[in-house]
Design a protein around this ligand. Sequence first.
Ligand SMILES: [Zn+2]
Ligand SMILES: [Zn+2]
Length: 143
Amino acid sequence: MPSTSDFERMLRGVALRVTRPRVAVLSAVHDQPHADTDSIIGVVRAELGGVSHQAVYDVLRALTVAGLLRRIEPPGSVARYETRVGDNHHHVVCRSCGAIADVDCAVGPAPCLTPSDDHGFAIDEAEVIYWGLCPACSSSRSS
Ligand SMILES: [Zn+2]
Ligand SMILES: [Zn+2]
């Protein structure tokens, strides 16, 4: 479980100034992987009080650009954030309730997909989303 000083170290590691909103956002996303912006704002405000929506949006953008957060946006979902960055893991998404879980690369290190034809692109990421029903939704459908 990372502490405040770990989050401060992560910020300094990417040459970002340590601010309370940045630390609070990192901590909120760490505690709640795949959190959407609204729930991150809720957690940060509960902790710090008067932080504007815009301030949290700005922090999310800065942390994502710096590589401390990964932003995912499955079709039909709002943007979600996670602190598990750099391993190009995949996601499984429930078609019914939108629940999201991490799925490790199916084969080998990231990126695990080698295109049959890269069209000359220098490819650095492959994104896979598995769609289905989460256990709660599939059991409520079958009963
Ligand atoms: Zn579900
Ligand atoms: Zn994830």
